[in-house]
Design a protein around this ligand. Structure first.
Ligand code: SF4
Ligand code: SF4
Ligand code: SF4
Length: 335
C-alpha cells in the first residue's frame, strides 16, 4: 500500500473514529465501589467520649509503636518533654483523640463556649483512594471485611497514597532503616486470638465501638431515634458482646460522618458539634478513585488511537521503502 492522499484521509478518519469511541469513556466516572456485606469498622460517638485518651496508648501497645516526645513550651521555650501525648497521627501514632474548644469551653458538645472530642485514624474507605493510587498494590482492601491494609514488602516508597488520601491519614516515616507508611489496620493482627481493635476494647464508655458496619449503622439509627438526654444502655467494646455502658443520648448533628463521604467509609462518626469544627471537612459523595481511575483509563484508551495510527503510518512507510529498494523489472520485451 502506498500512502497517497486518499489512503491518508481514510486512515485519519478511522483513527479519529477510534479516538472518539474511546474518549467517550472519559465523560462518565465509574460508580463508587461498595463495601463488602460483612465489612468491619468502628463507630466513634463524640458525645460519649470523655477525652481520657486510654485508646491512644492501647493502640500503640497493640501495634508496637514507639512513644513520641511531645514538644512543650516551658518558660516560653520549646522543649522536648518525655511525655507521649501526640497531638496528631504520625509514623509512630495511628490513633489520636483531638479536642475542640471555644470561648469559655464550659459545655460539652457545644459549638460556642463549649468543647468536644473527635478521633483521627484511618476511615477504611469503601472505595479507597490510597488503594487506587498505589502502583504496586502495597495498599489493598480485603474483599470480605473491607479492611484497608499496607504491605511493607510490596511498598516502593513512592508516597502516592499519602497524596491521594483525602483525610491525610497515611504517614511516611523517615527515621526507620526502610522508610514505610503507617496507618491503622483495624488491629486485624489481633483477630486470630479472638480479639478486636484495641482502641475499642479499652474505651470505658463505648465511645469507640467495634463491629460489623451494618450493626454499627443500626446502632446509630437507634441512638438517633431516641430523644437527646434519654438514659439508655450503650454497647461497649465489640457490638454483640454483653459489655455495656449506661449513659445519656447525645444531641447529635444530623450528619453521620463517613456514611456518604467519598462513597462511604467503615469508620463512622457521631457528634454533638458540626463536623467542620472537628477537622472533618465536607467531602463529595463520589469517591475520588472513581473519577481518577476513569480519567487514567480514558488517557490510556485515548493513546490507543494515535498509537494505532502511528503504527499504520510506520508499516506503510516501510512497505514503500521496500518497494523502492526492489530491483525494477526491465521495461519492454525480452531481447
Ligand atoms: S474514645 Fe474512649 S478511650 Fe478514647 S478518649 Fe474517648 S472515652 Fe477515652
Ligand atoms: S482514610 Fe485514607 S488511608 Fe484510610 S482507607 Fe481511606 S484513603 Fe486509604
Ligand atoms: S483499630 Fe487498632 S490500629 Fe486502628 S486506631 Fe484502633 S487500636 Fe489503633
Amino acid at each position: 500500500m502506498t500512502i497517497d492522499r486518499r489512503n491518508f484521509l481514510k486512515l485519519a478518519g478511522t483513527t479519529a473514529g477510534v479516538a472518539a469511541a474511546t474518549s467517550s469513556g472519559v465523560a462518565h466516572a465509574r460508580p463508587n465501589k461498595k463495601m463488602p456485606e460483612e465489612a468491619l469498622g468502628l463507630l466513634f460517638d463524640g458525645t460519649l467520649c470523655i477525652g481520657c485518651r486510654a485508646c491512644m496508648p492501647a493502640c500503640k501497645e497493640s501495634n508496637n509503636m514507639p512513644p513520641e516526645l511531645t514538644p512543650l513550651k516551658v518558660n516560653g521555650e520549646e522543649v522536648n518533654a518525655l511525655w507521649d501525648a501526640p497531638l496528631d497521627i504520625s509514623g509512630s501514632t495511628l490513633n489520636v483523640i483531638k479536642a475542640y474548644r471555644n470561648g469559655t469551653a464550659e459545655h460539652k458538645d457545644q459549638a460556642v463556649d463549649g468543647f468536644a472530642f473527635t478521633k483521627q485514624s484511618c476511615f477504611h474507605c469503601a472505595d479507597p483512594s490510597c488503594v487506587s493510587a498505589c502502583p504496586v498494590s502495597a495498599m489493598t482492601k480485603d474483599p470480605v471485611n473491607g479492611i484497608v491494609s499496607y504491605s511493607l514488602e510490596a511498598c516502593i516508597g513512592c508516597r502516592y497514597c499519602v497524596a491521594a488520601c483525602p483525610f491525610g491519614v497515611p504517614r511516611f516515616t523517615y527515621d526507620t532503616p526502610k522508610p514505610q507508611i503507617s496507618k491503622c489496620q483495624l488491629c486485624k493482627h489481633r483477630f486470630a486470638d479472638g480479639k478486636y481493635s484495641a482502641c475499642a476494647e479499652v474505651c470505658p464508655t463505648g465511645a469507640t465501638l467495634f463491629g460489623k458496619v451494618k450493626d454499627l449503622k443500626a446502632e446509630i439509627a437507634r441512638r438517633k431515634s431516641l430523644a437527646p438526654g434519654t438514659t439508655t444502655t450503650f454497647p461497649r467494646g465489640r457490638i454483640g458482646d454483653n459489655d455495656t455502658y449506661v449513659g445519656q443520648v447525645g444531641k447529635y448533628v444530623e450528619r453521620v460522618y463517613g456514611e456518604n463521604e467519598i462513597g462511604g467509609t467503615q469508620v463512622l462518626h457521631l457528634s454533638g458539634v458540626p463536623f467542620d469544627l472537628l477537622d472533618k471537612p465536607p467531602l463529595p459523595d463520589q469517591a475520588p478513585a472513581a473519577t481518577s481511575e476513569t480519567i487514567q483509563h480514558g488517557v490510556y484508551y485515548g493513546l490507543l488511537a494515535p498509537a494505532t495510527f502511528l503504527g499504520i503510518l510506520v508499516a506503510a512507510a516501510r512497505r514503500n521503502m521496500r518497494a523502492a529498494d526492489e530491483p525494477k523489472k526491465p521495461e519492454g520485451g525480452t531481447p
